[in-house]
Design a protein around this ligand. Sequence first.
Ligand code: GAR
Length: 227
Amino acid sequence: MTHKDSSDIQAPVLPEARRLGVLISGRGSNLQAIIDAVAYERLRASIALVISNRPEAPGLARAARAGIETACLDHRRFGSRQAFDRALVTELRKRSVRLVCLAGFMRLLSVEFLDAFPHAILNIHPSLLPAFPGVDAQRQALEHGVKITGATVHLVSEALDSGPIILQAAVPVQDDDTPETLSGRILVEEHRIYPEAIQMVLDGGWRIVGRRFVRFAAEDSVERSRF
Ligand code: GAR
């Protein structure tokens, strides 16, 4: 299934089913933002599992410190992308994960993986997509000379850093910015909007219209679901 198929208004995910799987490759600061948002009940969900494709990812220790189950699936040990993705799906399904959050997970996912979690995979990217997809988005923005960049949370589709946009935040570029200073200010926004976007998706009352993630007011969605 792809995003093109979704015309139905999504129902809210029941509280007990709000189980997140977070996929990381490195530092895990966005994972930490999700952990904190859950702890302070700004995000009404639980983190069922954190998976890293890199054994040395510092984010694994963050999860362990928070008492969250972790798994490491080293992609280099799998014969193909499909085999790796199948193993990911198996681990996530074993914990009844409802929503998959990519948080600095630097692997492209196969169609098989996307089909296993229709409309239920989110990604965060450090630019105002569709500008500057791929690696080093902050450096790309600086080198291009844009005056405003930012962060994007989107539903994941087949192409790299694409899919319906859920939330964005703008960050002005300063003349004396380096990739590091700019990344730091974007990261503040990433940590703010990622938990918020996850909550919006779990709360339902939205649907995909063309490329757009469109929300409806509560009474509006009740009204529309009658037809
Ligand atoms: C974040 O800036 C995230 O937006 C980016 O990787 C970083 C991971 O940091 N993701 C991408 O570039 C995806 N294309 P973190 O491990 O501290 O969350």
